[in-house]
Write a protein that binds this ligand. Structure first.
Ligand code: ADP
Ligand code: ADP
Length: 235
């Protein structure tokens, strides 16, 4: 069974572009097995971010079908966690309060969040320990380095125990040493918890180090195609 199933998916960003047959992604057929870690590499403008928007239900396809966990996607999904190149922590919240944010939003009633707050906070602190942020839980973002903020943003993406983690160039802004340390942390978290990961990156080495399967998205004139047949063995 596939967790993510793209069947001949096309997206034009608006009706005008659709009328001109101008698609941001074309004919994407891609299946991700439950628990699989995939990476997508490709040049700027080939459609990687568009793919992410489709996989989280932030955009609906113009043509084709997307199933997540067997269900057709009809709107934004709560089952996913996201992290981007910039950690974008809220500056007026401590590290632990930033990490708790998705739970605050996902809980239907504020009062429910309050009653479970202790349990959630313990989970957040545990996760922060794991990524090496023990001792920084109650600091503010400006008291943390860029790498530390990025660690916190990965914790924030995982706090609600998502079935799918979407990472868009999350290590792009980090120095080589911090980057490789975070690769190992992410690999361990994935091995332990078996969520699905879709990683977008420009770093081929990163994709090969982390992913079970690497997809190369290409940009031929006016066309955006996912090639499914390129997979590297893991080191
Ligand atoms: P990547 O993430 O690989 O750089 P994108 O998915 O951002 O690529 O872009 C794919 C194509 O869709 C590009 O031609 C881009 O110009 C176009 N595009 C992206 N976002 C929009 C938008 N909001 N409206 C119209 N066109 C867009
Ligand atoms: P960078 O993002 O600058 O590469 P790292 O996240 O790799 O930094 O952090 C390297 C180490 O330096 C951390 O483990 C921490 O001990 C220390 N460090 C970095 N910035 C700070 C800071 N603002 N306050 C305290 N310690 C810091």
């Amino acid at each position: 069974p596939y967790f993510v199933d793209f069947r001949d998916v096309w997206l034009a960003y608006n009706d005008e572009l659709l009328a001109q047959n101008h698609f941001a992604v074309e004919a994407i057929d891609l299946q991700v097995k439950t628990g699989e870690f995939i990476a997508i590499v490709g040049p700027s403008g080939c459609g990687k971010s568009t793919f992410m928007k489709l996989a989280t239900g932030l955009r609906m396809p113009s043509m084709g079908k997307i199933l997540i966990d067997g269900q057709p996607v009809t709107g934004p999904l709560k089952i996913s966690g996201m992290a981007f190149q910039s950690p974008s922590l809220l500056p007026w919240r401590t590290t632990v309060d930033n990490v708790l944010l998705p739970l605050e939003i996902v809980e239907p009633h504020r009062s429910q969040f309050k009653t479970k707050r202790k349990e959630y906070e313990a989970r957040a602190r545990h996760l922060l320990q794991k990524v090496g942020l023990g001792g920084y839980e109650d600091k503010f973002p400006w008291q943390l380095s860029g790498g530390m903020q990025q660690r916190a943003s990965i914790c924030r993406a995982l706090i609600h125990e998502p079935q799918m983690l979407l990472l868009d160039e999350p290590f792009g802004a980090l120095d080589a040493f911090t980057r490789e340390e975070l690769w190992c942390i992410l690999r361990d978290l994935h091995a332990e918890q078996q969520f699905n990961v879709i990683l977008v990156t420009h770093d081929l080495r990163e994709s090969v180090f982390l992913a079970d399967t690497v997809y190369v998205m290409s940009k031929s004139p006016g066309r955006f195609v996912v090639r499914r047949d390129i997979a590297f063995p893991r080191p």
